[in-house]
Design a protein around this ligand. Sequence first.
Ligand code: FE2
Length: 289
Amino acid sequence: MLSTEQKRGFRDNGFVVLPDFKSSAQLSVLKARAEEIAAAHDFDASQEVFSTDQQRGPQADRVQDYFLGSANEIRCFFEEQAFDGHGKLTQPLAQSINKIGHAMHDLDPVFGDFSRGDKLAELARAVGLRDPQIWQSMYIFKQARIGGKVDWHQDGGFFMTTPGSVTTFWFAIDDATLENGCLWVEPGGHKGPLRQQFIREGRKTKLIDLDATPWPDTSTAMPVEVKAGTLVCFHGLLPHYSAPNTSDKARHAYTLHVTDGACDYSPKNWIQKRKKSPGSKDFPVRGLL
Ligand code: FE2
């Protein structure tokens, strides 16, 4: 799956770019399914906006519950700029959704097919995951003009294991360019410390500062402009961010966050899964096959 050079690149730079990992037919099927889920979203029942500003605002508890409830369900979140000052959508619903999360890989057969298979399992082995476990899936729409930026962060802080193992699989569903808000990474930045940890305490979550090392900026980072179908696989400590989408077309991407079951998964992580029990909707964490 990975050449010696690609394995070295992953080790030294913290990421590897694999063009044509998915076929255009596979991309079309996933995109159509994501758009179907978004179109079926019950807007009246949940006018939640997934933004840190909202989470600090008066709606904080409602937004927080909606977010936490998405850990093992399929829920839609809105772009921060999707609403005017009166809470009305400024554009059609289908162009207002920021993302779908966070358990499509377990609950939706189309997403399940896309998220598993020999090719992915082989790649996971090549980057050192002995017993891959998928904790989270996100379908990101990055809508035209209003698709917001995602600040610098490390995914390792959201899925802590001992030792650290989370690895991100980032699939470009559309071409990702500078203009439409492609991923930026800091090559080699995964050798630095974990700066923050996102934990759950009851019905609350918090971001704890662990290390004061500054985040990179675009002078030391590089953009990862890739064609649709490319998979960018990166280390949990790799700092990354994406700029707003200033173009007139959406830029879809799909991500999976995968840890190694041979490592201890922190009970403080916001997503927990339980063994299926009679009468409950719980289900256990599953791998890539
Ligand atoms: Fe991330």
